[in-house]
Design a binder for this molecule. Structure first.
Ligand code: BMA
Length: 339
C-alpha cells in the first residue's frame, strides 16, 4: 500500500537526496548546522525551533538562549528554509484584553501549528515560576496574542494537531516535574474552544527499548497521512554521562489519535555528528518542526543539536512508513484507549 501525505504542495521544501547507506530512514543535511552560535547580538544559541511556510518562503519561532542564558522566543525569516534572519529581540505577547503579557524568565521549545487561518504557538512557559505549557496565536506574525495556559504546572512538549478531530482541538503533552524530569509519557487532551481542556488519554509510555527508556515527548506537528497521523517524537535514555535524545516515529489512529497503530522499536535518528554530540548539552537531537510536500512525500525535519545549533534532516513518508512497518512493536499501553 502506498502511503501519502494529506496536505499542501511545497515545491520549495528544503531538500537533499539521501546521502548515506546506514539503513536508517532519516538523513542529515550536508550544510548542517544551519544556525551556528551567536546568530544575533542577544542570542548565544538558537535551537529547538519551529518553522512553517509563509508567503514565498518560510517563517519560524526560534528558541534562543540569550546571553544571560535565559531562553526566549525569537522570530526568524527565510527565503529557502536554510539561511535565516533572526530578529534582534524576543516576540512580544499581548493578552486578549490588549495588555502586555510579561516575558517571564523562560520560554522554550515552541511548536507552530496552522489551523485554518490562524497560527498557534505552543511552548514551555513560566507559570508562577514553574514550567508549563503556554498557547498563543497570530495571523500575521506581527501581533501575538496569548490565550489560556491549557494546564497547571508541570508540563512540557506541547503540540496541537493541525485540525480539529471529532469536533475538538487535540493537544499532545508530557506531564513533567520542575527539573530535568527523569520520566515522561505522551498524553493527549481535547478542547472545544482552546479554553477548557479534558478527556485526557494516554498516547504512549516511554518504551521498553533502551533509546527511549527514560522518557518520550512529542516533536513536530503530527503529519496527516492516508494511513493515520505520523508522529515524530523524541526518546531519551539515561547514560553514565547524562541523557541522550534521539528521534522516534509512530503512527496514530486518524479518528482516535490516542490509539497507536504502529510504533517503531528502533530510533530513526540519533546524535552522531560533532555538532550533535558536542555542545552546551551533548548528545541531543531534538525534533521540533517538519515541513512536508504532499506531491513528493518529502519531509524536512528541523531539530535542535546539542542545545546549541539548529539543524535539518530529511526523509520521505514512504521510507519512514516502510521502516516503521519492518520494525513495528506495540505494547498494550499503545493500543488501549486509557483515560
Ligand atoms: C529538555 C528540554 C529541551 C532540551 C533537552 C536537552 O528537557 O529542555 O529544550 O533540548 O532537555 O537538554
Amino acid at each position: 500500500m502506498n502511503i501519502k501525505i494529506i496536505g499542501n504542495s511545497l515545491p520549495n521544501i528544503p531538500w537533499q537526496d539521501r546521502n548515506k547507506t546506514d539503513g536508517l530512514p532519516v538523513w542529515r543535511f550536508d550544510g548542517n548546522p544551519i544556525l551556528k552560535r551567536n546568530p544575533t547580538k542577544l542570542a548565544a544559541r538558537v535551537f529547538n525551533s519551529a518553522v512553517v511556510p509563509w508567503g514565498d518562503g518560510f517563517i519560524g519561532v526560534f528558541r534562543a538562549d540569550m546571553n544571560m542564558q535565559n531562553p526566549q522566543l525569537f522570530l526568524g525569516r527565510s527565503d529557502d528554509g536554510i539561511k535565516w534572519e533572526i530578529e534582534e529581540g524576543p516576540i512580544c505577547w499581548y493578552r486578549e484584553d490588549g495588555t502586555k503579557s510579561p516575558l517571564g524568565n523562560f520560554a522554550y521549545d515552541p511548536r507552530v501549528i496552522k489551523i485554518d487561518d490562524e497560527y498557534y504557538i505552543v511552548w514551555c512557559c513560566e507559570f508562577a515560576d514553574m514550567p508549563s505549557l503556554g498557547i498563543g496565536k497570530t495571523k500575521d506574525f506581527k501581533h501575538f496574542t496569548r490565550i489560556n495556559n491549557p494546564f497547571i504546572p508541570f508540563n512540557r512538549n506541547g503540540v496541537l494537531f493541525p485540525k480539529k478531530i471529532n469536533g475538538n482541538y487535540q493537544l499532545l503533552s508530557r506531564p513533567s516535574d520542575s527539573g530535568h524530569t527523569p520520566f515522561g509519557d505522551i498524553f493527549i487532551s481535547e478542547s472545544p474552544d482552546m479554553k477548557y481542556w479534558g478527556n485526557h488519554r494516554l498516547v504512549m509510555r516511554s518504551g521498553s527499548c533502551l533509546w527511549e527508556s527514560t522518557k518520550i515527548g512529542a516533536g513536530p506537528v503530527p503529519i496527516e497521512t492516508t494511513e493515520g497521523w505520523l508522529m515524530i517524537y523524541h526518546g531519551v535514555v539515561t547514560t553514565c554521562s547524562g541523557y541522550v535524545y534521539s528521534m522516534g516515529a509512530a503512527l496514530l489512529d486518524k479518528d482516535e489519535p490516542s490509539k497507536v497503530l504502529m510504533r517503531c522499536k528502533n530510533y530513526i535518528f540519533t546524535p552522531e555528528e560533532d555538532y550533535e554530540v558536542v555542545g552546551f548539552v551533548p548528545n541531543v537531537a531534538f525534533p521540533v518542526a517538519a515541513l512536508t510536500d504532499a506531491d513528493t512525500g518529502r519531509i524536512a525535519i528541523y531539530y535542535g543539536a546539542a542545545d546549541t545549533y539548529t539543524a535539518l534532516a530529511f526523509t520521505t513518508v514512504e521510507e519512514l512508513y516502510e521502516y516503521m512497518k519492518e520494525n513495528n512493536e506495540l505494547n498494550h499501553w499503545d493500543t488501549d484507549v486509557i483515560r
